[in-house]
Each structure stands twice: as C-alpha cells, then as structure tokens.
Design a protein around this ligand. Sequence first.
Ligand code: ZN
Length: 257
Amino acid sequence: MLIDTHAHLDEQAFDPDRAETVQRAADAGVESILTIGITLRTSQAAVALANEYPSVFAVVGIQPNYAAEASPMDWAEIETLARQPKVVAIGETGLDRYWDFAPLDIQADFFTRHVQLAQELELPFVVHCRDAEADVVSQLRTLGGPFRGVMHSFCGSTQTARECLDLGLHISFSGMLTYRKNQELRETAALIPRDRLLVETDAPYLVPHKQRKAKVKRNEPSFVVETGACLAEAQGLSFEEMATICTANAKRLFGLD
Ligand SMILES: [Zn+2]
C-alpha cells in the first residue's frame, strides 16, 4: 500500500471521473490521498472532497503564486477551515521565484503565517519551492525549528536536501524522480534517511515516465506506484519494503488513522 501525499483532486481535469479516479487509486494499492488547496476556493474544495471520500484527506492553504490576490478574509477563512477534522496539514506554502505572480515579500509573509498556523494547530506544513531553495531554507531557519513538514515534489540538490533534513523536514518525491534526465535527483533520493521519505503525484501534473511514454496526459493518484518503485530502486529496497516505509512515514507525519 502507498499514500499519495500530494494531489489536486479538485482540478477540472478530474471532473469527468473523480470517483473512478479515487477507486482506481484504491485498486492500485493507494490507501489514502491527500488533496491540497492553492487558494481559499480550492482549499474549500479539498475539504469537501475529504468529507465525501473516506480515503481522502485535505490540506488547506494559499500557494505562494496566489498570495498577492488573497484577501484578508481569505486568510481568515483558511484559519477556520484548518480546524476541520479531515484537514491533516497546512499548505501549500513556500516560495516561488520561477513565476512572477506575487512579490517575494508577500510570499514570505504568507509562508510565515502558514508555518505559524501549522504550529498553533500542531499540524505539519507542505512546502512548495521553485527556484527558491536558499530562500526557503533561510526563512525557515529564522523561524526556528525543528519543524514538522515536508518539501513537496523535491527537485533540489543533495545539499538542499541535507539542509531541509536538518530543519526536521521530510522529503517527498513526485513523478519527476522517474524522468530519464533526473539521474542526479535519484542520486539525492538514495541518500535520504528512510524515515524521512514520502511519495506523491502532484496530480494532475507531473505524469511519471512510463505513463508519459504511453502518451497519458493526466497524472492521477494510482500512478504514485511508479514513483514508489523508482524510489525503491534508488534506495536499494524492494517495492514492498519502500511502500511500507513511505506509508508509515506519511501516517506518522500527517497523523492519519
Ligand atoms: Zn501541488
């Protein structure tokens, strides 16, 4: 069994067959799915999906690229939503220098708020980091730590991974781990302590290698199995061993069951 620790099940891409997608994940051995918000509206949708499907849990927050357009009311609503019983983490939050949708100081302000809300509610937080590894590490260092959280869809260097591990964070790998060109990422994955490993899809984005080759355009939680197999190979473990480890880690970090 595996847990997909990061998916966007609310996205339009799943409108035609959301229930079937959740069922296919179960059939593939994916026992739980964490669906995550990027705005107030999508965070509300995440909670609604978690309430609809027993195997789905919600993560609520305002993703850095949407921080500038979020109103004070939006943030207040996130604080309320975060107290819902099926909300297991806060996010996605973090910093993004790749897109230019929100000034970095606004992103940083929201990042701090998410971390503090997570700490207040004794929940982990989920970090989105794009072209901003050094900024994320330095901001977290100023906030203290060690933290209960995860670097989602990790694609940084071994050095960044070490700094994040020192901050107490887990490292989650997505379909990017399976891409041919990402040999360096697999070498980094091989070095992560086993009790800090997680897997995710980031569905409907980041279709893993095999499905991409088969011309599948939309990622979905059942495909997390391919990333789990790739991670097992990188770590020199059997798929079953890796699945057991990642699932135990996800349950511990997110307080599932
Ligand atoms: Zn995401």
